[in-house]
Each structure stands twice: as C-alpha cells, then as structure tokens.
Write a protein that binds this ligand. Sequence first.
Ligand code: MEV
Length: 442
Amino acid sequence: MIAPIAGFSKLSKNEKIKWLADTYFHDDETVVGTLKKYWNSDETLQKLHDEFIENTITNFYLPLGIAPNFLINDQLYAIPMAIEESSVVAAASKAAKFWLNRGGFKTTVLSTEKVGQVHFMYFGATEKLEAYFNSIKAELFAATKHITQNMEKRGGGITDIELRDKTDELAGYFQLHCTFETVDSMGANFINSCLEQFAKTFETSAKSFEPFSEQEKDIQIVMSILSNYVPNCLVRAEVSCPIETLVENESMDANEFAEKFIRAIQIAKTEPYRAVTHNKGIMNGIDAVVLATGNDFRAIEAGIHAYAAKDGRYSSLTHAEVTDGIFKFWIEIPLSLGTVGGLTSLHPLVKLALQMLGKPSAKELMQIVAVAGLAQNFAAVRSLVTTGIQKGHMKMHLINILNQLEATETEKTHFINFFKDKTVTHSAVVNAFTAYKTEHAS
Ligand code: MEV
C-alpha cells in the first residue's frame, strides 16, 4: 500500500522526481532519465514552464505543425496547430489548398458577448427581491469601477446585469446573470473578479434593505463564476463554389459527391452517435489552433458541445446545401478566445504562433479557429464519402507504426515506398516488417 504524502508541493523538483521514482517505479533510474531528458537546457525557459503549474516535473511535448495556404477573407494565413493525431495537419493543409482555388473561406463574427453568473438562494417574496435588485443595480456597477476602469479604456466592460428567477427548476434559486465585453482578452479573471464583487455588494446591502424581513435579508450566495457557455459569442465561417468545380478529377461525379456530402451532414444532424464523431473531427482542427495560440481548449470544448445540443438534441455543428447550382458549406460556433493576457505573452511558442497569424485581435482569431474547424470537417467528410477515412489516416499513421517497431531511417524510407500503393493496416505493416527483417538478417 502506498502511503499518502504531506507537503509534496514544498519539495524541490528533484525531490518530487525521486519520490515518484521510489514510490511508483521501484527506484528505477531510467524513469528519472526519461523525465530529465525533456527538461530544457535553457534554465530560464525551463523555469518559465515549471511555474505555469504546480508540481511540474518535466515538459510534455506535442508537435506544433503548420497548415499553410488558408485564404480567409482574401488574406493568406499559415495556421499553427498543436496536435498529436497524425493526419490532422495534413487534412487541414489539403482542405486549405482545395478552397484556395475556389475563393477561400469567408468569415464573420456575429457577436462577442461573454457571460458570468452569481448563483444565490433567497426564500422570500419575489417582488421584494426584484425591488431590491432594481434599487441596487447601479451600485453593483459602481462597486466594480476599480476592476472595470482598464477594460473600459479598451472598449469593454460590463454590458448588463439581470436578475433571473430559477425557482421553477430549484426552490429558492436565483441568479445575477451578467454579460460582458472583454475585447481581446478571454476575460476569465476580469469576469470572475466582477462577479465576486457583485456577490459581496449584493449580499451585504441586502442586510439594510428595509422592505426585506429578517429572513429575506439573509441572501445566501452559493458561487460566482463565469460561464463557458457563450451562445452569443458567435462566429461563422463558410466556403462555397459552383457544384461542377467540387471534384478535382473525373473519378467522381460532382453532383453525386455533393449529394453524398450533404447526406453525411444530414446524418450528423439527426443521429447523435454520428454527430459526436463528426464534431470531434471539427474539434481536431479547433483544439489544435486554440492550444497553439495559448487558449483554454477545455473551455472551448465545453462551450461548443453545449451549443451543439442547444436545440435539445446533440447535432452537427456544420451545415451544407446546394442552391442554384452553388454548393455551400458552413459552420457557426461560439468561441470565447483571447489574444492578450493568459499565456499569450508568456509562452514563447504561443507568442510565435500569434505573430505568425499577424498578431490577430480576438475577433480575428475567432475567424481563423472557425476556419480550421470547417476545413477539418470538410476533409474528413470528403474522405468518408469517397475513399473512406483509413486510406489517408493510416498513410499518416504508418510512420508511428514503424517507430513502434523501432525501424531505422532506411527501413522507414523503404516501407513508406512499399506501402505507396497498398492498404496500410497495423498487421500488414508488422507482417511486412517481420518478413523484411528475416530476409535481411545475416
Ligand atoms: C478522427 O480523429 C476524426 C474523424 O472520425 C471525424 C469524422 O468522422 O468526421 C475522421
């Protein structure tokens, strides 16, 4: 039985690693070696990364790739993507190139509203609570002036505070539902600081609101927190082209392709099992850019999936249609992103990624990220309704299998060539590799 450890965070990095190796790896020195191999030799850079979180023992690498040739609103971008899945960057690049010659991607930011809520309990007359809220609303704004001043200078701030009665769903439950404009920052700290101040003012001032009875004066704040559901922070990205230009070669009829593609989207709209995988493919593109640009991909994931279920059933985030001979494919998603604050000016690779994108505003980044999602979905659905997904996926995965087999560089070149005109499966690679090794053993 492993004993709990007290004061772990106080140990030095080396002591933490030693404890880990002793406790879970029978003092195996190779564990220490592996962890230290990923330390950066630049001590300042390493310290920066160590200090991002608590109890850092090493760095966890993900590849940072680039998908070039994205034409977005007539401007060319090379999009940075941090992701481990072998075929994602290749698929994005392919889709970018495809649409480059067909007018590129057109995008619009539809709204930028962020949300936060103070959740509280009140067991009394609703009219009195409404009267109290109306009497205190201006004070709520005033009490946060010290927090909002800088944000207001940048064009943002608190846009509204609303009292919401949720007692139909939970006895005594009310909210201050608050909306914000946070301009180029994701705004989590700003929003949470405002909310905590609202809560304090709201709870304290209730004590001296005379129409309240003694019990009504006792408003119980449960919590104050931003919401990652931002259905009014929306961006749209779209591609379109005449239907006859939809296929690149004669192997498939353009109308047949469009029909199959639209069917695939319709299936994702009606069937949640398919919709989840369909949207997962979209998130392959979105998360990779969100991560590379130092944003919070968990927040983005949570918000987007909630949006996918907004009509009561989990559904496709993308849409497609043919009207008057024009094929149109689009996405509309909520994205709360920042290009200032957080990791954006701290992580050297995040800085580089943002620089590469022309130091975008948060609105511009919303558009780029939405495009990455749409492109990824186009590539996936196109493969699914034509060749099947495994052809491209396994081609990219081949190198991983060869690495697992500890193939040399010469062997890798040989097998990449060997599988050019063959179907890649794990067993086919293992069998071919084993035969090759036997043949070349001497
Ligand atoms: C794999 O990471 C993503 C796909 O499954 C997406 C899809 O099915 O649309 C290929």
